[in-house]
Design a protein around this ligand. Sequence first.
Ligand SMILES: Nc1nc2c(c(=O)[nH]1)N[C@H]1C(S)=C(S)[C@@H](COP(=O)(O)OP(=O)(O)OC[C@H]3O[C@@H](n4cnc5c(=O)[nH]c(N)nc54)[C@H](O)[C@@H]3O)O[C@H]1N2
Ligand SMILES: Nc1nc2c(c(=O)[nH]1)N[C@H]1C(S)=C(S)[C@@H](COP(=O)(O)OP(=O)(O)OC[C@H]3O[C@@H](n4cnc5c(=O)[nH]c(N)nc54)[C@H](O)[C@@H]3O)O[C@H]1N2
Ligand code: SF4
Ligand SMILES: [Mo]
Length: 847
Amino acid sequence: MQLSRRSFLKATAATGLLAAGMKSVQPSLTAFADGNQNNDASLKGEWKASTCQGCTSWCPVQVYVVNGRAIKVRGNPFSKANHGKICPRPHLALQQLYDPDRVKVPMKRTNPKKGRNEDPQFVPISWEEAIDTITNKMIELRKTGETHKFLVLRGRYSYLNGTIYDAMPKIFGSPNGISHSAICAEAEKFGPYFTEAYWDYRDYDLAETRYVLLWGGDPIASNRQVPHAMNVWGDVMDRAKVAVVDPRLSATASKADEWLPVIPGEDGALAVAIAHVILVEGLWNKEFVGDFVDGVNQFKKGVTIAEDSFVENYTYGLIKWWNLELKDRTPEWAAERSGIPAEQIRRVAIDFAKAAPRAISWLSPGASMQVRGGYIAMATHALNGLVGSVENVGGTLRSASVPVDDKPPAYDNYQDEIAKTNSHKQKIDQRGYKEFPALKKGKSGGGVVTNRTADAILNEDPYDIKVAIGYWNNFAFSAAGADRWEKAFSKLPFFAHITVNPAETTQFADIVLPAAHQLFEKLSFIKNKQNKYSYASLTNRVIEPLWDVKIDETEIPWLIAESLAKKGFPNLFDYYKNEFKDPETGKSPTNGWEFTLYATKMKTKDVWDPTVEKKGDLLKGWDDFVAKGVWNSVEAPYKKHWEDFETKTKKFEFYSETLKEALQHHAEKHQADIDDIMKTTKYLARGEIAFIPHYEEAFRWGDEKEYPFIFFEHRSRLNREARSANTLWYQEFKDADPGDESWDDVAKINPVDGVKLGIKTGDKIKITSPTGSVTCTAKLWEGVRPGTVGKCYGQGHWAYGRIAALDYNKKIARGGNNNEILPADYERLSGSTARHGGTTRVKIEKA
Ligand SMILES: Nc1nc2c(c(=O)[nH]1)N[C@H]1C(S)=C(S)[C@@H](COP(=O)(O)OP(=O)(O)OC[C@H]3O[C@@H](n4cnc5c(=O)[nH]c(N)nc54)[C@H](O)[C@@H]3O)O[C@H]1N2
Ligand SMILES: Nc1nc2c(c(=O)[nH]1)N[C@H]1C(S)=C(S)[C@@H](COP(=O)(O)OP(=O)(O)OC[C@H]3O[C@@H](n4cnc5c(=O)[nH]c(N)nc54)[C@H](O)[C@@H]3O)O[C@H]1N2
Ligand code: SF4
Ligand SMILES: [Mo]
């Protein structure tokens, strides 16, 4: 399998066509780029619009289709957000689509025993039998009145997810639509929410910025606007300074002005010290924050300040923040904790603030998906408040509005008594329990605690789950403490998995349903933002599906609803038929494809209907939307929320009355006080410190003596979340990640530590945490700091396909899955799973 890059590229370019039974002429790539310039008529194709959901950038793309075969993906030239460009990853999507290991037909398990070491003995079945089996199990729950024991697990999704994830369980009678969001990045949203009441990711004004301070973000390789960042980063580097806080020399760090290789989890120390310097140096933004009454800067190390000596403009609580936290947080203090020299902290703080308001403090999961990461998210985002870059020129932005409707139509009228009662039961993920406040948008239990669901299933707390459907997710691989999910899936009496590949999770399924591939075979839509533009983009069925696959969020729920109706429960089918109509003809759907089409048209109508006024592109109608694929908004406005951030005080809060209220409600619900909640959620803050961005020492599993190394991880420039590993190009080009190797899974160890351990590059090693161990290859590399070991997430598949796994039949993984050493721990205030911040210590031995 090991080909040189050049011969490999030649070979794959040709096989794509051969497999389709076409001439083995290798078309030149320039012909694709210009459309139909190839003289050979049989190779003439068409660019068709769709959306890539390989990562959360969700880019409008076009697919070149020749004789029904997708052969190339490029950016959609109509899209302003991604400059009509893509990152490298959609090319891998072609290999996902034509992956010979795909699930091609429905299957059922014939070995009733479940477990990693059990062969499921799947056999092909018809769609009728598959759906019939699922709905028989569902109907049993209706008969026994236990409809709440039905669970839908959602992974990645489109904006039609409400049909399967929300309406289906609620009409059936269950509260349990459980999403993957809390293993993704909810802790990050905690920062902007409890300062400016914005529970979302920010966009950034890169064209105007003069300083980018990245907290564990690597925007030219990952995060949420990759093609945009890749396109403008050269200009950004010319115009602005870039500083990267990351324990790893990332792609972005390797080109940055400053690299701050922080000790994992100690970001908070840096953030509060930077705030300290900005205030002491008098560099805060006077327009946004305000000033001392007499105009004289009183911020001096260690000195408490009278609150009435400062008048704030658009912010609240600056002096409280200073007095309670910042006054003693000097760079020297932070240097001891973070491992970053004091003069570098001071320099970054001053340069960052001097660029104000054209300065971005860019918060990522790296700095926030940590056990004590909630307050790091707050502290790093509060820096944007100090320099006035919130919704400002060259700063952090929200988004312009997109006139799509991402909620399913109201379904209350379709809920019978059982449904009404049972869908209000406590959700299975234990959100809102004392130790899981999950304060999404300030509400106790407002957010999901994805990873807790495994324990909840195992402990039957709050109850047992009897029937579960998972789609576009792979929690037996993607969730920290993955072994708990293996046990939970084994315990489920009935589980159906809707998937493209035979993933780890699939191995525990009773029924496997083959899903249409998101980029090429599905019809749906998304909305998102990059480069100041918000947009709606269609995922289109650009080719006829290769196999007997169906669309996860619409066609499959349609079949389930139809079958339930035949068995005496018509409500869901009635809802789908009556509430989803073609907005042009008024027709109700008569099959799953029509349901898909009408739902997409209906929910995006305002975007493509030329009679509806909106701020953005004017499309001529549905056909025009299908052809163009994308609708662009006008540019996001500056300063829109300055007069009313929707916080409790309407201001940007450095002292969060909004968080105080949320914590109070949660504490009252459990007859506790806030200090008790802090303790229960593993935070050290007591008293008012709980309401301000503040430093907390990183929480780590494992004793330093037994586990001398701090483990940290990162994602790959080539990961399509965890869906790339069965493609040749992923494995072959894995060395595109700094320090990584093709066809391998390496743990990056500083050479200084390598010498101490007697370990060389290429040695097979075993990495052990208090909760698990993996084997992989050692790589001595200066891009990680001594005392830490860094490893990319994505390898370690023991299922998924014949490339992803070293031996699929024997369930031998290629490398090790980080989630087998990461303990299932949480940033509890947001419900998030902690994968960063050096959550666990490890020991390293030769394997
Ligand atoms: N250690 C560690 N763990 C992580 C992360 C990390 O960086 N490190 N990242 C986290 C993040 S940010 C996220 S968002 C989650 C993602 O975690 P999940 O939501 O579990 O998603 P994936 O792991 O990407 O698995 C996707 C599954 O969907 C199937 N699939 C692939 N393509 C399609 C398709 O087009 N349609 C359908 N229906 N199915 C498809 C695949 O076969 C696979 O089973 O993982 C989290 N887990
Ligand atoms: N290439 C690529 N891009 C993606 C995705 C993908 O799979 N591949 N997935 C998308 C998804 S689902 C999401 S949620 C986003 C995630 O957005 P990202 O910003 O990419 O998040 P992560 O990869 O989780 O973490 C980023 C960085 O944190 C660093 N890090 C680890 N520990 C620490 C720490 O304690 N402190 C600091 N400061 N840094 C630390 C890692 O080295 C890594 O560089 O990316 C999206 N974009
Ligand atoms: S993988 Fe992500 S950044 Fe790349 S094209 Fe797809 S959605 Fe955009
Ligand atoms: Mo994510």
